[in-house]
Design a protein around this ligand. Structure first.
Ligand code: ATP
Ligand code: MG
Length: 243
């Protein structure tokens, strides 16, 4: 088993060294919790080690994604030119209508992932993939059964590439539920939750590793913060609720 760094200062200590190469990890949190920044940092660290990465945005156009990277000082221009970084913007509706059309035509639930806008082949030789976020995708499907089937196929495809993947999902404050459909957390190898909870008259940030298949991880919920340099996790500190 090879472990790779998450790229987030302090986080690798919580997962005893890093994330398993080739695994799919869900990063879940409410709006503004820090999911996109987490994903960008995960990619930027890898780019600097010469890895090839893809950032699939299902929410923001490419230009806005680029701007967001540069806001944190992440110089991605050169990596895009060298074709080490691929940023794609795909409209969730484009995926949903294509899949729903496929299943209608066949009069059965069947997804040919090769004909969908998100498909990776082994030849792409991508080391890291971030998908931001599948919640946007879930809302675009009229048939939730079809969405579930699609997510199954998408995860299979991601796994077949050997890339280490982050799938971002939005939560709605329900405990034990890390995505809208409730399927993604079972398909993923790992689940990381970013909390942004109200305490008195302020919000505090905390992070938890809910699962990391096949490896030891901390069971402690610890604080993190976001600055102009991105996310930093404090693995040995307590979440201060007595402020
Ligand atoms: N320079 C900064 N300093 C401190 N905090 C910042 C800075 N930039 C952004 N943030 C915090 O990060 C939050 C946004 O993080 P991010 O875009 O990763 O959230 P998200 O979970 O992807 O949200 P959404 O669900 O809306 O996409 C902001 O709401 C803000 O609280
Ligand atoms: Mg986001």
């Amino acid at each position: 088993m090879t472990l790779v760094s998450s790229g987030i200062p302090g986080l690798d200590e919580l997962v005893y060294g890093g994330i398993e190469r080739g695994s799919i990890v869900l990063v879940s949190g409410s709006c503004g919790a820090g999911k996109t920044i987490f994903g960008m940092q995960f990619i930027y660290e890898a780019l600097n080690r010469g890895e090839k990465c893809a950032f699939i945005s299902l929410e923001e156009p490419v230009e806005r994604v680029r701007k967001y990277f540069s806001k944190f000082g992440y110089e991605i221009n050169k990596f895009e030119k060298e074709k080490k970084l691929l940023i794609l913007h795909i409209e969730p509706n484009e995926i949903a209508s294509k899949i729903e059309f496929q299943t209608k035509k066949k009069k059965m639930l069947a997804v040919n992932i090769r004909q969908t806008p998100i498909f990776f082949s082994k030849e792409d030789k991508i080391d890291r993939i971030v998908i931001d976020s599948v919640s946007a995708l879930e809302s675009a499907f009229t048939e939730k059964k079809t969405y579930r089937l699609y997510i199954h196929e998408l995860f299979k495809n991601l796994r077949s590439t050997g890339a280490t993947c982050l799938v971002l999902t939005e939560t709605y404050g329900k405990e034990d539920r890390y995505s809208r459909s409730g399927v993604e957390e079972f398909l993923a190898d790992g689940v990381i939750v970013l909390y942004h909870f109200k305490h008195g008259n302020q919000r505090l940030r905390a992070i938890e590793i809910v699962k990391m298949r096949g490896s030891k991880h901390s069971n402690k919920i610890v604080p993190f913060n976001i600055t102009e340099n991105g996310i930093k996790v404090y693995p040995t500190e307590e979440v201060y609720t007595n402020l």
